[in-house]
Design a protein around this ligand. Structure first.
Ligand code: PHE
Length: 507
């Protein structure tokens, strides 16, 4: 009954699942998945994606939640409790995502703008025309980004139970209902719907190719929010009421379903109302901000409502994801430096806003596209760091930690590990054996394989300047490792109980 008296953890299992699903369901589902699927062999991509979720994603998800739940603390302390020398990884998964969230909030700001714009579409051209002008404007995108960050901050300030959990319990069902409603509406648009479906899903393994397989794996990491500390942080706020395995599988399933449905909400409508757009443009980032507004405009007056519902749904998805990333650093700062949640959130939100301003200018091409880094716009640069270096590293660390260090005897036999895991509340039932083998051998090896092929592929497609991405990422990681061993390794880095004590004191 210890859980009942807790002030700042999740109050219920379903609250945790919805919040974690809120983290997972984001722009990756509603934007990335549909266009990547149509660009990489349709159903063939979906199939490989599902295999990646099963073999890699679900195992890493269980590992992250398990590590957090077991430690009941921020990611640094959580990793320290797996093995003391792993604490640095806890710092890496706090600092790098905090940088990365800065581009995510810019995209979130764009979605806010498109939602707000739904009811003032220019009749003959739709909202589409305003895209270039809006994103390259020096002030407007920044303004919407700030509003977006503020929305996230307000929820985080209210705490895990009263902010994150409560909002997820309303927002996630709302998101799902809107999505299902739009899917049904779009599938009933009549002629052209099949063409759109074919464009989205027609299986083509030749088009998938090896690059498509690597893209599917990267997409799975991103979409499931792996390797960024979020699942660990949320997991730490759960207690006995949670079955780690079952919850993780539900989150994976929900995330995949939403991603798949997102495509069903878009391509049939494009097929029916703007079939000429079913080309390379729809297979890239222009899909939701450029092509869909044209489609909504072609729907007539009802298009305004659909546009608003759609972009409101994307705002919800992006918001709950941003909240989870920011929470990782907020949790650590509160617990390590014994600060108060409101002030900490404000500091993190301010830093995030400041960093996001040059990113907004860079990606929108303000100032004639002058803001770049090593030849990349800032968004692409940070995104590449996340996808190619950080997420695989974080997910590998979580699996490797659970597979090899939880069982102190360090034997190669997965069944010994399983015994220790079960004694620590894994509760995976008959899947326990499979999980133990996966987490010890299969998944870490697969991640290494993906990582190497991903880097090799990127360098051959992007050219040698891609080394800047890798070098920069490794540089930051090295810096964080030094910081960790200088300031945090020997010190107590706090736990959720410390946070609890603080919040009681502050009342
Ligand atoms: N999973 C989110 C998406 O699909 C992105 C995200 C990544 C959120 C990592 C939190 C942590 O858009």
């Amino acid at each position: 009954m210890e859980q009942k008296t807790k002030k700042n953890g999740f109050a219920s299992g379903i609250g945790f699942i919805l919040a974690a699903a809120g983290s997972a369901v984001g722009l990756g589902n509603l934007w990335g998945f549909p266009y990547k699927t149509s660009a990489n062999g349709g159903a063939a991509f979906v199939l490989v994606y599902i295999i990646c979720v099963i073999l890699i994603g679900s195992v890493a998800m269980i590992s992250e939640i398990f590590i957090g739940k077991r430690a009941q603390a921020n990611t640094v302390t959580s990793y320290k409790k797996v093995k003391k020398g792993m604490g640095w990884l806890g710092l890496v998964v706090i600092a790098v995502p905090t940088l990365i969230v800065c581009y995510y909030v810019v995209l979130g700001g764009w979605t806010l703008r498109f939602a707000a714009n739904s009811f003032q579409a220019i009749p003959e051209a739709g909202n589409a025309l305003s895209f270039g002008a809006f994103t390259s404007h020096a002030v407007e995108p920044v303004f919407y980004t700030i509003i977006f960050v503020l929305l996230a901050a307000i929820i985080i300030m209210a705490g895990v139970k009263d902010g994150i959990e409560k909002s997820s319990k309303i927002l996630m069902p709302a998101l799902f209902l809107i999505l299902v409603g739009i899917v049904i509406f779009c599938l009933c648009l009549g002629g052209g719907v099949e063409r759109g479906l074919e464009f989205y899903l027609k299986p083509d393994f030749a088009e998938l190719g090896f690059d498509g397989v690597v893209a599917a794996m990267g997409q799975a990491f991103f979409s499931l929010s792996l390797g960024m500390g979020t699942m660990m942080a949320y997991g730490s706020y759960t207690g006995k009421e949670i079955k780690v395995g079952k919850s993780a599988l539900m989150i994976c399933l929900f995330d995949t379903l939403v991603a798949f449905l997102a495509g069903l909400a878009m391509f049939p409508a494009i097929g029916a109302l703007a079939p000429e757009a079913l080309g390379a443009g729809a297979q890239g980032p222009g899909l939701i901000y450029q092509i869909l507004p044209q489609v909504f405009a072609a729907m007539g007056p009802v298009g305004e409502v659909i546009s608003f519902a759609f972009f409101a749904m994307v705002v919800i998805a992006a918001l709950t994801s941003v909240i989870s990333i920011m929470e990782v650093s907020v949790q650590f700062i509160i617990q390590k430096f014994k600060t108060n949640r409101k002030k900490t959130t404000l500091i993190v939100a301010t830093v995030c806003t400041l960093v996001s301003i040059p990113i907004a200018w860079s990606v929108g091409g303000a100032f004639d596209g002058a803001i770049t880094i090593f030849g990349f716009d800032l968004l692409t640069f940070l995104d590449e760091i996340a996808n190619t270096v950080l997420m695989p590293l974080g997910a590998f660390g979580a699996c490797f930690g659970v597979g090899w260090f939880i069982d102190k005897k360090l034997t190669a036999n997965p069944m010994n590990t399983l015994r220790t895991l079960e004694s620590e509340d894994l509760k995976l039932g008959k899947f326990g054996k499979i999980f133990a083998i996966m987490v010890k051998y299969v998944t870490p090896l697969l991640i290494i394989f993906v990582e190497i092929s991903g880097v090799v592929g990127k360098i051959s497609s992007e050219g040698a300047h891609y080394w800047w991405v890798i070098g920069f990422a490794l540089g930051i990681i090295a810096l964080l490792i030094v910081t960790y061993f200088t300031f945090f390794h020997k010190k107590d880095c706090g736990t959720n109980a410390d946070e609890e004590a603080l919040s009681v004191k502050n009342e």
